[in-house]
Design a protein. Structure first.
Lengths: 228, 109
C-alpha cells in the first residue's frame, strides 16, 4: 500500500526539504513557545496551516497582541502564492482522484512545489504517489520540528539566518534547473526585479505574486507574438 | 488572544490557506487549458523563483533594501548562482551556500 509513496527516489528528492525544515521548523517552535503555545496549538497550526512564512507571521502577530481578523487576513495574502503552485501541479495530476487532490493540496508549500514541479518536468516516471510522498515527508518533518522546537525552547541554539539561507540556496539550485534558454533566465530575472520594485507598495509577499503573474505573462505574450 | 481564540484563529488560517491551494484543482480539474494560459504557466516557475530569491536577498522597499556589500545573502548568492548553474545540483547548491554564508558571517561578524 505504501509502495510508490516512500521509495528511495522520493527520499532522494525530499532530503533538501527535511534538511531545511528541521532547523527552520524548530525555530518556529521556539517562537511558538515564546508566544505561549502548548503542544496542541502547535500541532493544529503545523497540520492545518502548514506554511513557513505564514506560521512565523501569524505567531509574531499573535505574540504582539493582535486580534483574530488581522492575522487571518495577513496570512491569507501571504499564502495566495500557493494558488500559482496548485495551478502548475494540477497539470500533472489529472489522473488522480478527488480525495487525492484534496489531500495533496493541503501540503502545497514553496518547497514541496519546487521539488515536485522539478521532478515532474525532468523525470517522466515521476508520478502522483511519488509527489504525495514528498509532500507527506515534508509535512511530517515540519510538524515534528515544530514540536521539537516548542519543547526544547531556548535550551538549543539555532542559527536561523544560516538555516534560512540554506533554503534560499535550495531555491537558487531549483531555479537553475530552469536555465534552459535565455527567455527562461530573463523571465526569472524580470520576476525578481519586478518583485523588488513592487515591494514599495505591496507587502506580505503579494509583490511576489504580482511580479510572477506579470513576468510570466510578458514572456508568454512575447512567445505568442514571435511564434516561438 | 485566549486559548480558544487561538484555536479559532488557526481554523481561520486553515480556511484562507486551503482555498488558494485547492481552487485550481477544483476549478480546472482535467480540463484542457487554452494555449496562452499553458504558455503563461510554463514561465511561472522561473518567475516565482526569481521573485522569491531576489526578495529574500535584498528585502523589501517598505523595510529598506539591503543593497550593500555587507549583505551576507548577496555575497553567498554570488557564489551559489554560478555553482548551481554549472552543476545543476541541489546538494552542491546547498552546501556551497552554507559554506559561503558561514564564511560571510565569519568575516563580517
Amino acid at each position: 500500500m505504501l509502495k510508490g509513496y516512500f521509495e528511495l527516489k522520493v527520499f532522494k528528492a525530499a532530503w533538501p526539504i527535511i534538511f531545511g525544515y528541521i532547523p527552520l521548523g524548530m525555530a518556529c517552535g521556539i517562537l511558538a513557545q515564546k508566544v505561549g503555545f502548548d503542544w496542541f496549538q502547535m500541532l493544529m497550526m503545523a497540520v492545518f496551516l502548514f506554511a513557513g512564512s505564514g506560521q512565523f507571521i501569524a505567531l509574531a502577530m499573535i505574540g504582539s497582541g493582535s486580534t483574530i481578523m488581522p492575522v487571518v487576513l495577513t496570512v491569507c495574502i501571504v499564502n495566495l502564492r500557493h494558488l500559482l503552485y496548485a495551478l502548475i501541479l494540477n497539470q500533472y495530476l489529472s489522473k488522480e482522484s478527488r480525495l487525492y487532490k484534496a489531500f495533496f493540496a493541503q501540503e502545497i508549500v514553496d518547497e514541496s512545489f519546487a521539488v515536485n514541479q522539478n521532478q515532474f518536468a525532468l523525470d517522466a516516471e515521476w508520478n502522483g504517489k511519488n509527489a504525495l510522498g514528498v509532500n507527506i515527508i515534508g509535512h511530517s518533518s515540519w510538524i515534528l520540528a515544530n514540536l521539537a522546537g516548542l519543547y526544547l525552547g531556548n535550551s538549543i541554539y539555532i542559527d536561523t539566518a544560516l538555516v534560512s539561507y540554506a533554503l534560499i540556496a535550495m531555491f537558487i539550485g531549483l531555479w537553475s534547473f530552469h536555465f534552459l534558454n535565455a527567455r527562461l533566465v530573463l523571465t526569472g530575472i524580470l520576476g525578481g526585479f519586478l518583485a523588488l520594485l513592487l515591494s514599495y507598495w505591496l507587502t506580505n509577499m503579494l509583490n511576489v505574486v504580482v511580479a510572477t503573474v506579470i513576468a510570466a505573462a510578458l514572456a508568454a505574450f512575447y512567445e505568442m507574438r514571435m511564434g516561438r | 488572544m485566549s486559548y480558544s481564540d487561538t484555536l479559532l484563529c488557526i481554523f481561520g488560517l486553515f480556511v484562507v490557506s486551503y482555498i488558494p491551494r485547492i481552487l485550481p484543482f477544483a476549478l480546472l480539474g482535467n480540463r484542457e487549458l487554452p494555449r496562452g494560459f499553458r504558455l503563461w504557466l510554463q514561465y511561472v516557475p522561473t518567475a516565482v523563483f526569481g521573485a522569491l530569491i531576489f526578495t529574500s536577498i535584498f528585502g523589501t522597499g517598505v523595510d529598506g533594501f539591503r543593497f550593500s556589500w555587507e549583505n551576507k545573502e548577496l555575497l553567498a548568492s554570488i557564489i551559489v548562482l554560478p555553482v548551481a548553474a554549472a552543476t545543476r545540483s541541489l546538494p552542491y547548491s546547498i552546501i556551497s551556500g552554507l559554506l559561503a554564508y558561514g564564511a560571510a558571517q565569519y568575516m563580517l561578524g
